[in-house]
Design a protein around this ligand. Structure first.
Ligand SMILES: Nc1ncnc2c1ncn2[C@@H]1O[C@H](COP(=O)(O)OP(=O)(O)OP(=O)(O)O)[C@@H](O)[C@H]1O
Ligand SMILES: [Mg+2]
Length: 253
């Protein structure tokens, strides 16, 4: 198996802060894995993710993308290779939905026709009718719809690696279930590596080929859903899994 990403002793202390947002994080991620990063608020999940496309720089330690230290790479080039989908969506307000998705495609080709067919394909994937939505501006969409467009944009350029930071947070339960299935399909259809942040235990266990459990800036456990459920490595992980089991009991009662 090819190593796609490696975190080597990553530590982060933000300016004006005493605490370590990340505390000696090391991990190896293989090409094609679907990694879910699970942890409570403030555990360092987004900090870790944003380091991969250099939106945040580590205080110490290195990150290697396919064996190359990313601190020595042009951030703009790096970001072209790595898709990024965030909860806050980040659509450009002065651009239509079509233009928002098109912008990531234009970096690769100016062929308007093929770009448009890709946009139509991506809109179909996220369940929004192209003709209905293409000329609308982000503020003319609901929060959940905007989030889905953000997902379409992050995947449109067919990047090798995709970073997803709570991409389904403001999507209702039914659409969320559908998107979870869709994203698994998207992942399986290509050799892509996904890093997916969530604070939903069930979502993490459902989607992840491996789950990275974080608390207080440290990896508490990194293993397959099976391993995490059967042998939680400490009390914190045990409690999380306990919550997931309780939820399942409620649903099946
Ligand atoms: N720009 C910043 N300046 C100072 N401290 C920060 C900054 N961004 C994050 N932090 C701190 O770093 C820690 C980790 O934050 P991070 O955003 O990575 O958490 P998270 O796991 O993504 O949480 P959430 O689930 O709430 O999104 C927190 O204690 C937070 O207060
Ligand atoms: Mg976060």
């Amino acid at each position: 198996m090819k190593t796609a990403l490696e975190f080597k002793h990553i530590t982060k202390v933000y300016r004006n802060s005493q605490i370590e947002a990340l505390d000696d994080v090391s991990a190896l991620i293989y090409e094609g894995e679907f990694i879910t990063i699970l942890g409570s608020s403030g555990s360092g999940k987004s900090t870790l993710l944003k380091m991969v496309n250099r939106l945040i720089e580590p205080t110490s330690g290195t990150i290697e993308y396919y064996g190359e230290d990313i601190s020595k790479q042009d951030p703009v080039m790096l970001r072209r290779k790595i898709g990024y989908v965030i909860q806050q969506v980040g659509l450009f307000p002065h651009m239509t939905i079509h233009q928002n998705i098109e912008m990531v495609l234009k970096l690769q080709t100016k062929d308007t026709k093929s770009n448009t067919s890709r946009i139509i394909e991506m809109m179909e994937l996220i369940g929004l009718d192209y003709n209905e939505y293409k000329d609308r501006y982000p503020h003319q969409l609901s929060g959940g719809e905007q989030q889905r467009v953000g997902l379409a944009r992050g995947l449109a350029a067919n990047p090798n690696m995709v970073l997803l930071d709570e991409p389904f947070a403001s999507i209702d339960a039914i659409n969320r279930l559908r998107l979870q299935q869709d994203i698994l399909k998207i992942h399986q259809s290509a050799q892509k590596t996904f890093l997916f942040v969530t604070h939903d235990v069930n979502e993490a266990l459902l989607l992840g080929s491996r789950v990275m459990v974080m608390d207080q800036g440290k990896i508490q456990q990194f293993g397959t859903p099976k391993e995490i459920i059967s042998t939680p490595s400490n009390e914190f992980v045990g409690k999380l899994i306990g919550i997931a089991k309780q939820q399942v009991e409620v649903f099946t009662r």
